[in-house]
Ligand binder design. Structure first.
Ligand code: SF4
Length: 378
């Protein structure tokens, strides 16, 4: 099986913390861009080696900014190319203020069965400060509009450690989210990325970072509140009601091949990573001239080992030591088991079903350190 990711690099405005590749040029180049993505799909369809496409994910940027006729054109082009008759999960990312009744009504006929919304927090003053266009009320309305048209698989993205956020206000945001009963929740700690507006604000002393200990406390609260509300903590940053794990994202974690279409999209076929250019015009020109302008990198055995360990430990399934031995040999397996034994003694890891190494609750709080120790030191 395989997945397809399509990057939609358009936003109505830029959020202060964001370093994703996106532009404000939808009106100028939106049409050409969609045609280029369809052309790229045709050029690269063989990379899937006939594997059936099970998941399709439109991410961004802000896919919900695409006018409905362009969204329809894109999906029709992808269906004509890949068939998509076996599609099991079709996710579109949305900003809450784009979720109008008209937009919702367009989704089901296109086959969309999951919407992932960047809510980030329910604190309106913070949303305004970080440059989001929506308010808490927009998020609540969006969820109910999606349900009204039959979209019953909704994911909400949250960010903790935002400037001005307190443990109490974060707890409120988590409880607000739970009250909306989304099937899936992703939550990430804020990072200050160089070059962003927020990074410059911190440099000038206009913004104070939330201390690390408080961020950890926010994460603990998130885990406890969601677990006690029936959500499965199936990946460090991801939680789902039973039966609603994100299938597309899970394929990143278990190394299922995926094809990334669009400017700045990545692809992986189990051995080679491909990176599309970050320049919108360069991307469109290259694809329309019939070439795929991606750079590629073949991962070494040890890079693949590191990835397998890092991605595996992030999930509740953990790392399958037998699989490590089969794929990477005895030396890699010995390294892993030796390093893991220290962390088992400290209570950061435990072994499940005989050979799966899984982070404990304490280990999750120290995941960066544990993962680094288990990676290969060349
Ligand atoms: S809407 Fe999303 S992609 Fe666009 S600037 Fe904000 S965080 Fe970045």
């Amino acid at each position: 099986m395989a997945g397809i990711y399509v990057h939609i690099p358009f936003c109505a405005s830029r959020c202060s913390y964001c370093d994703f590749f996106s532009t404000l040029r939808l009106a100028d180049v939106g049409y050409d861009y969609v045609e280029a993505v369809i052309a790229e799909a045709r050029l690269r369809m063989d990379e899937l080696h006939g594997e059936p496409v099970k998941t399709l994910y439109l991410g961004g940027g802000t896919p919900s900014q695409l006018p409905i006729p362009l969204l329809e054109r894109l999906v029709r082009g992808l269906r004509d190319t890949f068939g998509l008759s076996g599609l099991e999960e079709f996710t579109v990312e949305a900003n809450p203020d784009d979720v109008t009744p008209e937009w919702c009504a367009a989704l089901l006929p296109l086959g969309v069965n999951r919407v992932s919304m960047g809510v980030q927090t329910f604190e309106d003053d913070i949303l305004r400060f970080i440059g989001r266009r929506h308010t808490a009320r927009h998020a609540v309305e969006a969820v109910s509009r999606l349900r009204d048209v039959g979209i019953n698989n909704i994911s909400i993205d949250l960010i903790f450690g935002l400037p001005g956020q307190t443990v109490a206000s974060w707890t409120d945001s988590v409880r607000h989210t739970i009250a909306l009963k989304p099937q899936h929740i992703s939550a990430y700690g804020l990072t200050y990325e160089e070059g962003t507006r927020l990074w410059r604000q911190r440099e000038r002393g206009e913004v104070r970072e939330v201390p690390e200990e408080q961020c950890l406390e926010m994460y603990r609260i998130l885990v406890d509140e969601l677990r006690s509300s029936g959500y499965e903590h199936y990946e460090i940053s991801n939680f789902a009601l039973p039966g609603y794990h994100a299938r597309h994202n899970s394929s990143y974690w278990d190394s299922t091949p995926y094809l990334g279409l669009g400017a700045a999209a990545h692809s992986y076929d189990g051995r080679v990573r491909r990176y599309n250019p970050h320049d919108l015009q360069q991307y469109i020109d290259a694809v329309m001239a019939g070439s795929v302008a991606c750079e590629q990198e073949e991962l070494s055995q040890w890079e693949r080992y590191d990835e397998c360990v890092m991605l595996g430990l992030r999930t509740a399934r953990g790392v399958d030591a037998d699989r490590l031995r089969t794929e990477f040999g005895d030396e890699a397996w010995r390294h892993f088991v030796n390093e893991a034994s220290r962390h088992i003694e400290c209570g950061h890891l435990h072994v499940v079903d005989g050979d799966r190494y899984v982070l404990t609750r304490d280990g999750i709080m120290l995941s960066d350190t544990v993962i680094r120790d288990l990676m290969w030191d060349e």
